[in-house]
Design a protein around this ligand. Structure first.
Ligand code: BT5
Length: 252
C-alpha cells in the first residue's frame, strides 16, 4: 500500500477522495500529523491534535459497493489487532456498533467510511473506491480533545501510561485492514468474521437505546446478521438495523 504522509490536512478523508483519482486502482494510506477539519459521522467534528493516529485508507473495490457494508466493523477489528500488544493484561477493547472502538466504556477510536461519488454514468460502481477513515487517540491526553464530547473519551497513553511508536501503529492498522478487506472480497463477510465482531460487541445481551433519524427506540442488543447489521429485539420481534447509534441504558 502506498503511504502518503502530511503534516496538516483539513481531513484525511477529503485528501484520500482527491488522491483516489490520481492513483486509480491502488490502495493508498493517507496520514496527517494533525487535522483542522477532522470529521465524524453526520458532519460532527473530530478533534485531531498531534500525537493521534489520523489516517484514511483508499480501498479500490473489486466488488459492488454493497459488499463493503461491514467495512467500519473490520476497521474496528484492525485497530484492536494493532493496539492489542500495547494493552495491559485484562484490558479488553470492545466495538460499539457500528464504528467505535472502546476501552473501559470510553471511546478510543472512531471510523468514518465514505464512497467516492462517480461523476459519470453509474456503470462503474465496481471501480469506485471506498475511503476508510480511522482516528485513534494514541499519544495524547483526553483533555486535549476539548469539552462536550458526546461520550467519554480515552487514549492509549491514558490506558498504558506510556507513548507508542505512532508511525508503526498506523502501518499495522493499515496492514490489518488490508488483510481483512481481502478476506471480505474473497468470501464476503464470513461467519468467522461476524463472530469475531460479535465477541467484541459492547452491550451484547443488554438493553440499549437505539437512535436513528431523530427517533429513539429501546431494545435488547442480540448481535449481528451476516452483513454486520445490528440485531435488536424490540417487543419480542427482531429488527435488523444498518445505520444509527446505540446508547447504554443501564450500567454494564
Ligand atoms: C466518528 O464519528 O467516530 C468517526 C471519526 C473518524 C475520524 C477519522 S480521523 C481520520 C479520518 N479523517 C476524518 O476527517 N475523519 C476520519 P462519530 O461517531 O460521529 O463521533 C463524533 C463525536 O465523537 C464528536 O461529535 C465528539 O463528541 C466525539 N469526538 C470528537 N473527537 C474525538 C476524539 N478524538 N476522540 C473521541 N471522541 C471524539
Amino acid at each position: 500500500m502506498r503511504r502518503l504522509d502530511f503534516d496538516t490536512l483539513g481531513s484525511t478523508n477529503d485528501t484520500a477522495l482527491e488522491l483516489a483519482g490520481k492513483y486509480p486502482h491502488q490502495a493508498l494510506l493517507i496520514v496527517a500529523a494533525t487535522q483542522h477539519g477532522g470529521r465524524g459521522r453526520n458532519g460532527r467534528a473530530w478533534s485531531s491534535p498531534r500525537g493521534g493516529a489520523w489516517l484514511s485508507v483508499v480501498w479500490p473495490c473489486k466488488l459492488a459497493l454493497e459488499h463493503y457494508e461491514p467495512a467500519p466493523l473490520l476497521a474496528g477489528l484492525a485497530v484492536i489487532d494493532a493496539i492489542a500488544p500495547h494493552l495491559p493484561p485484562g484490558c479488553d477493547p470492545a466495538i460499539k456498533w457500528p464504528n467505535d472502538v472502546m476501552l473501559d466504556n470510553c471511546k478510543l477510536a472512531g471510523v468514518l467510511c465514505q464512497r467516492q461519488v462517480a461523476a459519470g454514468p453509474t456503470t462503474t460502481h465496481q471501480a469506485a473506491p471506498l475511503v476508510v477513515g480511522i482516528g485513534i487517540n494514541v499519544n495524547i491526553d483526553p483533555e486535549q480533545l476539548g469539552a462536550n464530547l458526546r461520550q467519554p473519551a480515552t487514549s492509549l497513553r491514558q490506558v498504558t501510561g506510556h507513548d507508542v511508536d505512532l508511525s508503526a501503529l498506523i502501518d499495522s492498522v493499515a496492514a490489518n485492514l488490508a488483510q481483512r478487506m481481502q478476506r471480505l472480497e474473497a468470501g464476503n463477510f464470513s461467519p468467522s468474521q461476524v463472530a469475531e465482531v460479535e465477541n467484541r460487541l459492547i452491550w451484547r445481551g443488554k438493553q440499549v437505546n437505539f437512535l436513528h433519524a431523530g427517533a429513539s427506540k429501546q431494545g435488547w442488543l442480540r448481535g449481528l446478521d451476516t452483513q454486520g447489521r445490528l440485531l435488536l429485539e424490540i417487543d419480542g420481534g427482531m429488527m435488523t438495523l444498518n445505520a444509527g447509534e446505540i446508547q447504554q441504558l443501564a450500567k454494564v
